[in-house]
Structures are given as structure tokens and as C-alpha cells.
Design a protein around this ligand. Structure first.
Ligand code: NZQ
Ligand code: ZN
Length: 392
């Protein structure tokens, strides 16, 4: 096991009915000027918007609506302006990962006088770790990213075809996780969110650190949870146990606990972020297409066979003594599970019909993710292109 530090200050309020009784004080403890950030129509349709406004009726609320999936830097710029002009005390993010990601960067941007894109790419001397950050309170409405309990945000700049991750100095101060709020999530987004959770677990499972049984065992348990409950949530959107397990699995998958003691980088996320950056596709859908192709590529390196075989046996209950056969069966089982979610399984099905951008995407993915240096299996530009091509 490698040395590690673990610190996470998020106050999790999991369960149903807590917004009515706890949201007011959770927000008001930070001040009475609130920037309320949300996405499209989902929170108005579900009644959550009205509930939040009622509970906080004595506070001064400034609103930033319209944060889009794959949140754009334009929303962050707007949020920065509102936060500064109104000198807000706290950011309240109500929505999925995109809303919360944008809110975290806005919380930093309040204390930055330049363009917030600098904060995403560390340009012009900007460094979020050295800046103050407003407290972020969030109400999560979609189980997927884990942003509700981590330091990260992913922001897109459509003008430059860039989608980059950025880390801040704090995780959200308080996260309300009410599984019932995810009953209205569509099948498409439920499938995509579940795939995102599974992918976060895969990215952290396949690494070269030996004998970290704590990490491997926790990840296998969380994988079994998402494999079991995602199909249930798709069939029965209002099944509380399914939504609750998915929500807590999503949070646990990416709050830093399961990777503690491991070293090594991620692969499929870097490849996927290029798809979203160029084609604005749903993150989880891109991951679903690329993951089995990456697995096939990785298994060509025989040093990975034993771990793929273990993954197959522990997670998919594959009963096969031969490692190579168990590993191949695990990849097939992964493909089958993803396609059963109702996913498109090729790039042309998400309207990526030719290879025009593959050179640029492959080069950027390798550079951004240091895939030729820290990935579980080394990925060079030609390898990244091969994975995109195999996904056609
Ligand atoms: O905009 P509204 O109307 O709210 O609709 C949203 C949006 O259209 C809808 N939705 C959310 N909650 C709903 C709902 N619809 C009905 N009922 C509800 N309760 O779902 C759509 C997608 O929302 P979004 O927030 O984009 O989804 P998700 O939570 O999957 O977030 C995806 C973003 O997070 C990034 C991704 O790259 C992507 O940009 N990621 C962030 C990470 C992090 N911060 O740690 C890690 C991840 O790997 C990921 O990269
Ligand atoms: Zn993800």
C-alpha cells in the first residue's frame, strides 16, 4: 500500500424529508446572501425549486439558472459576476453533477478578478488552491459523479473544444442526498449515471498497487451494488432501495476513500472527455461505449490477465478456473451489462460518424491524462486512436 493522506469535510445529510427541516439552517449559518444555481427545468417540474424557495424565504436569493449538462464556462462567468456584484455568502447548488461542478468553480471565482477559465486551466497565475472558496451547499438530484463529496469539477469551453477537470481547496460543505429526488431522472440519465459510477470504480480498481485489499474489496462491493441496482432503478424508477443504493454508491465511489493507498491514473475518462468536448455527448454514454474497448486493449498486455480474472470472479461471479478465459468472460459480461442498460454501444449511434477529430482527440487525451506515463496500461496516441476506431 502507498502512503496517503485523506481529508474530506463534507457533511452528508442522507435520506428523505431533510430539506424541509434542515436546509434553512444549513444555508443560513454561512450568511443571508445566497447564490442559487440550477440547471434546466427539472427542479421546477418536480416542485423542488418551490420547496427550496419557501424554506429559504427570509434569505436574499440571487439565481443562476440554465447550467447545462457538460457545464460551460459561460455559466461560470455569469455566476462569478452575480457572486461578486451581490457579495454572496454561500452557493446553493440544486441539481446534478453539472450544476454542482459549476457551483464549486463559481465559489472560487468570486475571489478572482480575471476570467474564470484561468482557474480551470491554471493560466495567468491563477490557482484555485491559493484562493478562498465560498461554502457550497448542494441538493443532489442525480446519482453519478460523486461531486457531492469531492474536490473536483469538470468544465467545458466549447470555443476551444476543451473539457478539463479542476480541483478546489474544499469539498462541498453540506450535501443533501435524498434518493427520492432521483425518482424523476430519465432512463437515459439513470443509465448514464450508473455507467459513470461503474466507470469511476473501474478506473480506480485497475492499478498496479499490490495487496491493497481494503481498496480492492471496497470497490468490488460497490461494483456489485451498481450492477444490481441500476437495472432495478430502470425498471422501477420509484424503488427507494435502488435509488438509495445508487446514490450512496456514487458518493462512495469518488470521495477519495476507495483509491486511498493506490497509485496510478485513470484512462477511460480522459478518452471520454474528448468525446464530450468535441461532440457534447452525455458523459456516461461515452464511457459505456469506450470502456469495453479499453478493456480489450488492456487485456492484450498479459500482465493484466490476473486482475481482469479476479474482477470477473468477484464482481460478475464468473466460475472459470482459467485466468485468460475468466478475463475474457469478464469483459464480455461488462459489455453485456452496459448494453442491457439500453445504451448505444457504438460512436456512430451517438452521431460520431467519422474519424475527422480522432488525431486531435487522441493527442489531447494522452496529454491531459498522462496516459503514456501513469495509466494502468500505457496508452500512446496511436493506441488511443485504436480505441476510438474500435468503438465505431
Ligand atoms: O438541467 P436539468 O433540467 O436539471 O436536467 C438535468 C440534465 O438535463 C437532468 N436531471 C438532473 N436531475 C434530474 C434530472 N432530470 C429529472 N429529474 C432529476 N432529478 O439530467 C441531465 C444531466 O444532468 P448532469 O448534471 O449533466 O448529469 P451528471 O450528474 O451525470 O453530471 C455530468 C457532468 O459531471 C462531470 C461530467 O463530465 C459531466 O460534465 N463529471 C464530474 C465529476 C466530478 N466533479 O467529480 C466526475 C465525473 O467523472 C464527471 O466527469
Ligand atoms: Zn465520470
Amino acid at each position: 500500500m502507498e502512503n496517503f493522506s485523506f481529508k474530506n469535510d463534507t457533511d452528508i445529510r442522507f435520506g428523505t424529508g431533510r430539506i424541509e427541516s434542515e436546509l434553512h439552517d444549513a444555508v443560513a449559518q454561512f450568511g443571508d446572501k445566497v447564490l442559487l444555481v440550477y440547471g434546466g427545468h427539472s427542479i421546477k417540474k418536480s416542485g423542488l425549486y418551490d420547496q427550496v424557495k419557501n424554506v429559504l424565504s427570509d434569505l436574499k436569493i440571487v439565481e443562476l439558472p440554465g447550467v447545462e449538462p457538460n457545464p460551460k464556462i459561460a455559466s461560470v462567468r455569469e455566476g462569478q459576476k452575480l457572486a461578486q456584484e451581490n457579495d454572496v455568502d454561500v452557493v446553493l447548488a440544486v441539481g446534478g453533477g453539472s450544476v454542482i461542478d459549476a457551483s464549486k468553480v463559481i465559489a472560487s471565482a468570486k475571489f478572482y478578478q480575471g476570467d474564470p477559465w484561468d482557474l480551470v486551466v491554471n493560466a495567468n497565475g491563477a490557482d484555485r488552491m491559493k484562493l478562498d472558496q465560498l461554502p457550497v451547499v448542494d441538493i443532489l438530484t442525480l446519482s453519478a459523479t460523486g461531486t457531492e463529496m469531492n474536490f473536483g469539477s469538470v468544465i467545458s469551453n466549447p470555443e476551444t473544444h476543451q473539457k478539463f477537470g479542476t480541483g478546489g481547496p474544499h469539498t462541498p460543505a453540506i450535501s443533501f442526498l435524498d434518493p427520492k429526488l432521483t425518482y424523476t431522472v430519465s432512463k437515459w440519465q439513470t443509465a448514464a449515471g450508473s455507467m459513470d459510477i461503474f466507470s469511476h470504480l473501474i478506473e480506480q480498481y485497475f492499478n498496479r498497487t499490490e495487496n491493497n485489499d481494503v481498496s480492492r474489496g471496497m470497490i468490488e462491493g460497490l461494483m456489485r451494488s451498481v450492477l444490481k441496482w441500476a437495472p432495478v432503478a430502470l425498471d422501477e424508477p420509484s424503488n427507494y432501495d435502488a435509488r438509495a443504493n445508487l446514490m450512496w454508491t456514487a458518493t462512495m465511489a469518488l470521495n477519495g476513500i476507495v483509491r486511498s493507498g493506490n497509485k496510478g491514473g485513470w484512462t477511460v475518462h480522459s478518452l471520454e472527455h474528448e468525446l464530450s468536448a468535441y461532440y457534447d455527448i452525455t458523459h456516461g454514454v461515452g464511457l459505456g461505449i469506450l470502456t469495453p474497448r479499453w478493456m480489450k486493449f488492456a487485456l492484450k498486455d498479459s500482465s493484466t490477465t490476473a486482475l481482469f480474472a479476479r474482477f470477473g470472479r468477484q464482481v460478475f461471479d464468473i466460475q472459470e478456473a482459467d485466468d485468460q478465459k475468466a478475463a475474457e468472460a469478464a469483459i464480455q459480461a461488462t459489455y453485456n451489462w452496459i448494453s442491457k442498460l439500453g445504451f448505444p454501444m457504438t460512436l456512430p449511434e451517438v452521431d460520431i460518424k467519422d474519424e475527422t477529430n480522432f488525431d486531435a482527440m487522441a493527442a489531447s487525451a494522452v496529454k491531459t491524462g498522462s496516459l503514456d506515463k501513469v495509466a494502468y496500461v500505457t496508452i500512446r496516441v496511436d493506441d488511443a486512436k485504436e480505441i476510438y476506431r474500435e468503438s465505431m
